[in-house]
Design a protein around this ligand. Structure first.
Ligand code: NAG
Ligand code: NAG
Length: 492
């Protein structure tokens, strides 16, 4: 006010007005400014004036049951729905002929199929001097660049015709990694899964104090597995081998075993002196409830033990564990719904995911199974420490736009490369009905009447827990030697 004379004049004029009036005018100017800023920001961000007009129609949309394979997210104040499709023809893991139980991602170049891509032509020397992974990464970037051009063109054309733009497309490569072997895995093998589920899983550790499995830690075997994955990543990214690029974003479940697996797996790789700057995400934790191994520690514990991890970016990560409960287990369809919510949140979070093409998620067997469902990948069980790459086409449409889209894969991104494939058959229950009222989750199953909890492990293995643990830890004992489930017994 005191620096510019025109303002001083204005100030003098205002002097004659009442205090109340000045205040009112000031408030009005501020309001006008805020509204125009918000409007400009929205138009800038979404380039869609139309969405503003139909915002009021959203409420009904929010409450409508979700379509199978489709989720909802929000960017700015425009609501979007997302569809996910795993593109076939890139990785051996989604080929039905590949046996998950025998598959080793480390001896198969992550399962990446040897092939040509159309985009090889735009590499120097037609890609002949590039590795399979370099050509694949170039292919992803090319698909995304073409998709962005199409998206922009669609938006401009929709604006001209006053119609809603068709879905926006992007392509993302996810690396889904399961944590290494943990003490809970050893205990479950020892007691067998029936005794584990009906009794031991709810305990803090074994009755003799040999091990604990609350927020289970990695066993020595689990750390060894993670170091092996670390060696593998180092080789894959080295100049003597595939010259792979590292993921651009690392997300990790808040349980100790995944935090530690990610830390070891990516140790010495990337910036920040090789210290992983992963983002801790509540929703990628394991299916929860009853099992103490799936109850997490407080965020303060994570801060102390993993100081380079970011625990502030996920609004769902509360200081204490508010999701786990002691007497009920999260059902599968609730888990799938949670993971779809996670992907929708992620895709609509431009600050976090932006236009990133390679995203690593370190998680758990149950949660990864749910992720594969959401992403339209076939069932593929991972052993502890295993990683599966999943190449996904993500389509986002404004949920204000209820028009059916018939144009998927019609141009770039099509061309025989990942388009023209059938829609995945998603065997999802109606997720709109997934029970979020925890009191209706599944209770602890009762133990079979003939199960002797005191001797069940001894009977299965012919040894006590301590001996079993030592054998697994020093590699002299195969924890898979005794079948996981009791045979010849009715399943309860
Ligand atoms: C590194 O990867 C290459 C294949 O890209 C492989 O031939 C080589 O054996 C690997 N080296 C090590 C030390 O694993
Ligand atoms: C996660 O965070 C979002 C955004 O803050 C919120 O809308 C949602 O209810 C949260 N979900 C859970 C399960 O806490």
């Amino acid at each position: 006010m005191i620096y510019y004379s025109p303002h001083r004049k204005a100030h003098r004029r205002w002097k004659g007005q009442t205090r109340l009036c000045r205040l009112t005018i000031a408030v009005q100017i501020l309001l006008l400014l805020t509204v125009s800023l918000v409007v400009c920001g929205l138009l800038e961000m979404s380039d869609m004036g139309a969405s503003l007009l139909s915002l009021s129609g959203q409420k009904a949309m929010d409450q409508a049951p979700l379509e199978v394979g489709e989720g909802q997210g929000q960017e700015g104040s425009t609501k979007y729905t997302y569809t996910y499709k795993t593109l076939p023809g890139y990785f051996m893991q989604d080929d039905p002929a590949t046996d998950a139980a025998k598959f080793d991602f480390m001896s198969t170049n992550f399962g990446l199929i040897d092939r040509d891509y159309e985009s090889d032509q735009s590499l120097p020397d037609g890609g002949r001097g590039s590795t399979q992974w370099q050509r694949f990464e170039h292919h992803i970037s090319t698909l995304n660049r073409d998709a962005r051009e199409d998206n922009d063109e669609d938006r401009r054309s929709a604006k001209r015709h006053g119609s809603n733009p068709p879905p926006q497309t992007r392509y993302v490569l996810f690396f889904l990694g399961r944590h290494g072997n943990g003490y809970h895995n050893i205990a479950e093998r020892y007691y067998g899964n029936i005794a584990w589920d009906c009794h031991f899983s709810a305990l803090y550790g074994d009755p003799d104090g040999i091990m604990t499995w609350s927020d289970a830690h990695l066993s020595k075997e689990g750390k060894r597995q993670a170091r092996e994955v670390n060696t593998f990543w180092k080789n894959q990214t080295s100049q003597d081998a595939q010259k792979m690029s590292l993921p651009e974003l690392y997300l990790v479940s808040p349980l100790d075993r995944t935090l530690e697996t990610a830390e070891i797996s990516f140790d010495g790789l990337g910036p920040n002196n090789g210290k992983l700057d992963a983002v801790v995400m509540e929703k990628v934790r394991e299916g929860t409830g009853i099992h103490t191994c799936d109850r997490r520690s407080n965020v303060e514990y994570i801060r102390q033990k993993f100081p380079t991890y970011n625990v502030d970016l996920d609004p769902n990560l509360t200081e204490t564990d508010e999701y786990w409960i002691g007497d009920r287990r999260e059902p599968d369809d609730v888990l799938v719904k949670r993971l779809r919510g996670f992907f929708d949140d992620l895709m609509s979070n431009t600050a976090l995911a932006g236009d990133k093409e390679r995203i690593s998620i370190t998680s758990h067997s149950g949660a990864i199974g749910a992720m594969l469902k959401v992403l339209g990948h076939r069932k593929f069980s991972l052993t502890t420490g295993a990683v599966i790459p999943v190449f996904v086409k993500v389509q986002r449409k404004s949920s204000n736009d209820e028009k059916e889209d018939k144009t998927l894969g019609r141009r770039h991104g099509g061309g025989g490369e990942g388009a023209n494939h059938e829609d995945p058959t998603l065997d999802l229950p109606d997720l709109g009905d997934a029970e979020t009222d925890k009191s209706k989750w599944e209770p602890v199953p009762s133990c079979p009447a003939d199960l002797d909890l005191a001797t069940v492990g001894q009977k299965r293995w012919g040894m006590g827990l301590k001996e079993f643990l030592d054998g697994v830890e020093d590699g002299t004992l195969d924890p898979n030697a005794v079948p996981f489930e009791f045979t010849g017994r009715s399943k309860y």
